[in-house]
Ligand binder design. Structure first.
Ligand code: ATP
Ligand code: MG
Length: 392
């Protein structure tokens, strides 16, 4: 198999860890050297596999390793130069304590990601499966691009890093091996690491994001928003897992009612995520604790051996950064050009044509932007956004 990094994300408690673990088992079954890594501070891979895990990688079989990342430990042990630099950056290197780093947004996530990139680059693994902390937190792993630009701006003002580094890096870094790394100072090395990491995550053949959800109102809403957000940041989202689906034949009024509710949300999810492969996972009668129980997902749902492959997805909509702001492209072939109507509601863009109406949730970052133009061409409606006047 081609080398892979698969990132599992979703709202709290929906089954991310279980589904990620199932993929790790599947991957190992297929003969891939696999690493299942958790970046969630509330780790539970140890529970799932009924093992005591430490801060280092643990092998549980020939093909499968588990790793619960402790970001603090990673920072101190793997990236001391970052600590050193940030320490000096904070201005008080002498009195600097590692706890102070907690003030910096997302440094945990960043270090976890750098560590994952390092493990990928070491070449020891065919497939790295990442079990993320729940979305909806102030900072999640997948806000990495935003995080990265924040750090780039704060820590690497152009003057400091210097033209020497920036000029050659942007053009050649990813095509040829970096020349004379010895000549680079620590700051430059960190800078290069961050750029490499970004490249790794943006590589759509290598890295993809899979979303786990359940068929209920609040979760579905967050899932949709999450998806927009990841499109905006150009992650390759190539799979949706609808977990905890009740069996259709319970014959009990209470459950029949819930089955009807679930059906409604499953349909809604299928409509929104029609561009992606969708996997449906039954609600089992017991917790998925222990390898044997997690294997139920492997046997019931992950039957196709291609399930680990990246999928090229033709999204129904796509956000892109432009020179002026952002653009949103919505795939809606066959629409009547003269009958397309759109407006910006509080948190959504609403598009109407004929009987078709779609609400597309706007990522937070676009809330302060206004529609500045739109055109319909080759079945794609393209809406331009530019930054609105600040009204504070
Ligand atoms: N399809 C299912 N059937 C029965 N139990 C399930 C199913 N999926 C998950 N569970 C159980 O639900 C609980 C939460 O699952 P899991 O830990 O995988 O979710 P998570 O999204 O990783 O949660 P967190 O956000 O806390 O990390 C676990 O006890 C798990 O065994
Ligand atoms: Mg979890």
């Amino acid at each position: 198999m081609e080398k892979r990094i698969m990132i599992f994300t979703g709202k709290g408690g929906v089954g991310k860890s279980s589904v990620a673990a199932a993929h790790a088992l599947k991957s190992a079954d297929l003969g891939n050297k696999t690493l299942l890594v958790s970046t969630d501070m509330a780790h539970n891979l140890g529970d799932i596999f009924e093992r005591k895990l430490g801060r280092e990688i643990v092998s549980i079989s020939d093909k499968l390793d588990l790793y619960e990342i402790d970001p603090q430990y990673v920072m101190e042990n793997d990236f001391p130069e970052i600590i050193k630099y940030i320490g000096s950056f904070l201005g008080d290197a002498g009195n600097f304590r590692i706890q102070d780093l907690n003030m910096l947004p997302g440094l945990d996530e960043l270090c976890s990601l750098l560590r994952i990139a390092e493990l990928h680059n070491s070449g020891g693994y065919d497939c790295i499966i990442v079990d993320c902390a729940p979305t909806g937190e102030t900072l999640s792993l997948l806000k990495f691009p935003e995080l990265l630009s924040w750090y780039m701006e704060k820590l690497f003002p152009i003057g400091k890093v210097g033209v020497r580094l920036l000029a050659p890096v942007s053009k050649t870094l990813f095509k040829v091996e970096m020349p004379n790394t010895h000549a680079m100072n620590d700051i430059e090395k960190i800078f290069v690491k961050l750029l490499e990491l970004e490249e790794l995550l943006k590589n759509r053949e290598l890295s993809s994001v899979r979303i786990v959800t359940t068929p209920e109102k609040m979760v579905v809403e967050e899932t949709k928003r999450n998806y927009m957000y990841m499109n905006l940041y150009d992650f390759n989202v190539d799979g949706l897992y609808i977990n905890r689906i009740l069996p259709g034949d319970i014959g009990n009024d209470f459950f029949d009612n819930w089955i009807t509710i679930q059906k409604k949300y499953i349909e809604e999810l299928k409509a929104t995520f029609s561009a992606l492969p969708i996997y449906e996972i039954p609600w089992y009668e017991e917790e998925l604790k222990g390898e044997e129980n997690v294997r139920r997902i492997v046997n019931d749902v992950l039957t196709d051996d291609n399930v680990l492959r990246t999928v090229v997805v033709n999204e129904r909509e796509r956000f892109e950064k432009t020179d002026e702001g952002y653009s949103l492209s919505v795939y809606m072939p066959g629409a009547d050009k003269t009958d397309i109507d759109m407006f910006q509601a509080a948190t959504d863009i609403v598009i109407k044509t004929g009987n078709f109406k779609r609400n597309i949730p706007l990522p937070n970052i676009l809330r302060s932007y206004m529609i500045s133009g739109a055109k319909y061409e080759d079945g794609v409606l393209k809406i331009e956004f530019t930054k609105g006047e600040e009204d504070e």
